[in-house]
Write a protein that binds this ligand. Sequence first.
Ligand code: ADP
Ligand code: MG
Length: 653
Amino acid sequence: MELASIGVKENRIKQFAKRNLTTVEDIQRFFPRKYYDYRQASELLPINANRQTAVVGTLMSVSKKKTNQTLMVKAKVFEPKSEKILNIIWIGHYYLYKIIQFWVKETVIACGELVYNEEYHSFHMKNPVVFDTDIDKNLRIYPVYRKMAGISADYMQNLVELSLGILTDDPLPEDLIRKYHLLPLSEALMAMHHPGSLEDVEKAKKRFIYEQLTSFALRLELDNREISKGTLYNVKSVQNVERYRESLPYELTDSQKKVFAEMKETAYNGMRINALVQGDVGSGKTVVAVLMMLSMADSGYQSVLMAPTVILASQHYETIAAAAESYGYKAAFLSSDLKASERKKLLKGIEAGEYQFIVGTHSVMADDVVYQNLALAVIDEEHKFGVKQRDRIFERSRCGMHKISMSATPIPRTLAETIYGKNTTVYDLELPAARKPVQTAVFNHDQKIYEFIKKKVLDGQQAYVVCPFIEDPDDQFPVETVEDACAKYKAYFEPLGIPVESVTGALKQAEAEKILGRFRDGEIKILVATSIIEVGVNVPNANIIVINNAERFGLAQLHQLRGRVGRGSAQGYCILKSADRENPRLSVLCRTTDGREIAKEDMALRGTGNILGTEQSGRNDEITLLLAYPNMYEYCKKDAVLLADRGMKSWQV
Ligand code: ADP
Ligand code: MG
């Protein structure tokens, strides 16, 4: 059901879409990140300090204070059992004074983190999570939702409540719910958002995990049945492919040759290519894709390449358009930023078969894109796409389309076959021999980093500086933003005649593109960015990457970021800026550049917790779930066969 049906306004709908929340069902399943247990009122005792507590007492006084920097509201609450006073302060919630000044002498409840000051034997609470006169209503398990920039917690909670009022169909068949004694959808949703106990939450989670794994297993099962049917899109000619290969400035590696030869053979024989090409960053996956796309064009078909970001897609487009045009073919670029009129024109050309190569973001799979004869889809960094987008590709593949997924996060072959389906051929690409491993070190000294960059830039090289993107405005440990870092770098480098610029996800796509283009052309020497440069950006002259607050990034992400440098023949350097020298993830990174080893360490370090309540998109969650619940998954697979026999489609919630 559309979000508009519960009164969400246009601009909000856009904000939510960016986070993959597009339906009422998505909001219903916007699960709390964690819970605070406020079921019992606590006494003011030192043993209750430093944790989430609920304090019930009499409101003694309320006051307000205005300094030049902040507006403060203060309250004193007398807790009768311990006969102590709780001091509460609110910062930045000045309006509260107007309401709570009338509550003096009433019984109130304050929930939040209790702080004890040993020196003064006093108790404090800053910006309580709950402050109310309704005691019974608030002595409960309190759900904490993920914060999103630009959307207040109150708005989100109200929206979740509204969504819970809508009855939605349970995608799980009744016989399976009964068989495993699972909670039906409506009960499970209530248990996630308004649990009576933490056991309720566990029971509901179990249901959602079973549901997710079964839907996933069903998707694979249907995929499998479909793929074994073969295809009519067989490769008939490769007249330009050899010419293209000869025009490349390098020799293909043995593994690239093998992958291409095998795929060509498969499609020649009328069988379906369903491949996962995995290779560490810089292993040259793109050229393999281009060779296959060219084979399709030579055989008279269209092919599409889809990438997770506009920046990455447009980079692929440049490579592909150049290759296409030298053999008289045409390439189209589709993204959601296109003007309606331009898009219309391109769509018409695609439908008429004027374009053989189509490159873009997920918009290449939009419903209004009609292909004349789409024979191949290449999906770069497939794990970055959500389930819904992958289902779209699957829908399209029903007419025999070949599919190549590319991933720079290598996972073991058996696991790859489990999550991509047993009909998937897994290929591994080796790094071209000429590459030197990137040198990596942990530093925390700005001046030293600046001097190092200065030396390299004066030698003609370029550098990336990456800052973590933090959405939570209440973040406990603030980090340097892109703006802050850019100002610091500008102050140091611009007097030396070294141009510095920044890009963030907040910029308009066209602007970000322009800046990136100037960096690619060498006009900008130092580029400060969020991790939007993480995937696929290819600037061979950029050989230094500084990652600020490196401890805030995941291991796989750090490895991807590091892969942006050391792409040419020069030595690459990765500086992990962090005060946390002992951080295990950073040590792994300094020790090895082998993606396989890093992926293994990553799984070991992250463990298998943190299952639900995070963004439910991308392969990572599926992998995590599969590893965490191997036994349950065995049942899910059997149930999926049953459901497929019944003619049921996979669902996507
Ligand atoms: P990734 O696998 O990370 O997507 P790319 O396809 O972007 O890697 O390739 C990285 C760089 O390596 C590109 O500049 C590409 O031209 C180059 N390249 C690809 N294949 C080879 C090869 N066999 N030998 C040398 N360089 C190669
Ligand atoms: Mg790539």
